[in-house]
Ligand binder design. Structure first.
Ligand code: PMP
Length: 437
C-alpha cells in the first residue's frame, strides 16, 4: 500500500521501492525458508534475502555462535594482531577454494572485496617490476558493487555516469546478450564461447602488457542471471595466461554453493588468480566479505616491494570476531547438511520447473544453473523494468519473495529449499505472469 508516506522521511530502502514509488515492505522476522512481515504475513523466500542467506534464515547454530562470540571477544584489531577464529576460518575456507587460492583477506562486503582484489592485482605487478600494468578490464553488464573501483570496472553505465572521478585506463569486454541467439542463455549454451575473444581485441587495442587484470562474474547476477556459454570462461583464462594478465572472478553471488559446487570456478572448471566473495560467507547474518588469492599475489600486496609498505590496506572490521564466528558456524552448517553441492542435486528439478514458464505471456528467455535462475520478460514499451516489478508485487501479495533485475525475474532461494517450495515459487510466478499486463 502507499498510505504510509511518513515511513521514509528519514530512511529509505533502496531502488525497488524508489523506482515505482512503492511504500517499503516491512519485514519483522525470518526463519528457515520464510520471512514474516510486520503484519504477520508469511512470505516464502525465493532469493535468500539478497542472494545471501544460503543456509536459510535464523539457523540456531549461527545465532548461538554470534551471541557466544560477542560475550567472549567482541572486537579485535586486525592490525598487528589477530584472534584464533580468524586463523581457523581462513584455514576452513581454503579447504573449499580451487587449488592455489590459498590466502584469504577479510573485508566487510562484496564492494570492499572488489576494491581489495583490484588493488592486489596492481600491487602484484608492481612488486614484480611490471608497474606499467595498470589497466583494468571489466565486462559490459558486469556488476561489482558500488565503490569507485567497482563502478569503474562494472559494466552498468547508469551506475557510473553521475560520478566523474572513476579509475582511469579501464575498458570493458563486450557482453552481447541476445535471447534470440541464445548465447548467455538457457542452460549453458554450447555456442558463443568466441564472445570471449573480445578480450583479444582489447589486448590489441591497449597493448596487453599494460593490462593488470580482468574481472568478471562467472554468472552475471545483478544484470539478469547471464550464464557463460560453454568454454567462455576457459577462453578468458587462456587469453589472460597468454598475456600475463590476472583473472579475477567476482563470486559474491555465485560463491558458497549457488551453482552446485562451493564456487562457480569449480562448476565451470576454471581457476582464477583472485576470487571475491561476501554474502553466503556468513549466511547473510553479519556483514563480511573476503578475497581469495594465490600466495604470490596476496603476499605482494600485504608486504609490498622489499617489505617496505607497512600499511598498505585493511579495514577496522577486517576479520571481525562476530563475523568470523558467524562464518565458521555457517561453514559447519553447509558441511553438515551438504549444502554446497545441494544446488547440483536440485538443478534438474529447478530447471524443469523454470523452463515450464517458457510460452507463458511476456517470457522471452529462461536461464538457470544450480539454484540460480532468471526469467527474462519483454519490457513494457515505455517503462523498462515495470512489468517485472509488477510481477514481483503480485508474487509478494501471494506470499512469495522474488527479485527483479531490469525485466528479468531472478530466483536464488536458500540452498535448504525443498522441491515443494520450488514448485510453489514457480507456480506463483506463473500465476503472476498470466495476470501481468
Ligand atoms: N559483486 C557482485 C557480483 C555482487 O552481486 C554484489 C552485490 N550484489 C557486489 C559485488 C557488492 O556486494 P555488496 O553489496 O556486499 O557490497
Amino acid at each position: 500500500s502507499t498510505d504510509t508516506p511518513s515511513l521514509d522521511a528519514h530512511w529509505m530502502p533502496f531502488t525497488a521501492n524508489r523506482q515505482f514509488k512503492q511504500a517499503p515492505r516491512l519485514l519483522a522476522r525470518a526463519e528457515g525458508m520464510h520471512y514474516w512481515t510486520q503484519e504477520g504475513r508469511q512470505v516464502l523466500d525465493g532469493v535468500a534475502g539478497l542472494w545471501c542467506v544460503n543456509a536459510g534464515h535464523a539457523r540456531p547454530r549461527i545465532v548461538q555462535a554470534i551471541a557466544q562470540q560477542a560475550s567472549v571477544l567482541d572486537y579485535a584489531p586486525p592490525f598487528q594482531m589477530g584472534h584464533p577464529q580468524a586463523f581457523e576460518l581462513a584455514e576452513e575456507l581454503v579447504k573449499l577454494t580451487p587449488p592455489g587460492l590459498d590466502k584469504v583477506f577479510f573485508t566487510n562486503s562484496g564492494s570492499e572485496s572488489v576494491e581489495t582484489a583490484l588493488k592486489m592485482a596492481l600491487a602484484y605487478h608492481h612488486v614484480r617490476g611490471e608497474g606499467s600494468r595498470t589497466r583494468l578490464i571489466g565486462r559490459e553488464r558486469g556488476y561489482h558493487g558500488v565503490n569507485f573501483g567497482g563502478i569503474s570496472v562494472g559494466g552498468i553505465v547508469g551506475n557510473r555516469k553521475l560520478f566523474g572521478t572513476l579509475l582511469s585506463g579501464v575498458d570493458h569486454i563486450r557482453h552481447t546478450h541476445d535471447p534470440a541467439r541464445n548465447a548467455f542463455s538457457f542452460g549453458q549454451p554450447a555456442h558463443g564461447a568466441e564472445l570471449a575473444d573480445d578480450l583479444e581485441r582489447l589486448c590489441a587495442l591497449h597493448d596487453a602488457s599494460t593490462i593488470a587484470a580482468v574481472i568478471v562474474e562467472p554468472v552475471a547476477g545483478s544484470t539478469g542471471v547471464l550464464l557463460p556459454p560453454q568454454g567462455y570462461l576457459q577462453r578468458l583464462r587462456a587469453i589472460c595466461d597468454r598475456h600475463g594478465i590476472l583473472l579475477i572472478f567476482d563470486e559474491v553471488i555465485t560463491g558458497f554453493g549457488r551453482t552446485g559446487q562451493p564456487f562457480a570456478a569449480q562448476t565451470f572448471g576454471v581457476t582464477p588468480d583472485l576470487m571475491t566473495v561476501a554474502k553466503g560467507l556468513t549466511n547473510g547474518c553479519v556483514p563480511m566479505g573476503a578475497v581469495f588469492a594465490k600466495s604470490a599475489i596476496h603476499d605482494a600486496f600485504m608486504r609490498g616491494p622489499e617489505q617496505a609498505i607497512e600499511f598498505p590496506h585493511g579495514y577496522t572490521y577486517s576479520a571481525h570476531p562476530l563475523a568470523c564466528a558467524a562464518a565458521l558456524a555457517t561453514l559447519q552448517t553447509y558441511a553438515e547438511e551438504n549444502l554446497l553441492t545441494r544446488a547440483s542435486a536440485l538443478h534438474e528439478h529447478f530447471g524443469r520447473a523454470l523452463h515450464a514458464l517458457r510460452g507463458l505471456p511476456h517470457v522471452v528467455d529462461v536461464r538457470n544453473i544450480g539454484l540460480v535462475g532468471g526469467v527474462e520478460l519483454a519490457p513494457l514499451p515505455d517503462a523498462p523494468g515495470k512489468r517485472a516489478f509488477d510481477v514481483f508485487l503480485d508474487c509478494w501479495e501471494q506470499g512469495v519473495l522474488i527479485r527483479t533485475t531490469g525485466d528479468t525475474v531472478a530466483l536464488s532461494p536458500p540452498l535448504i529449499i525443498e522441491k515443494a517450495h520450488i514448485d510453489r515459487i514457480v507456480d506463483t510466478l506463473a500465476g503472476a505472469l498470466r495476470r501481468a499486463a
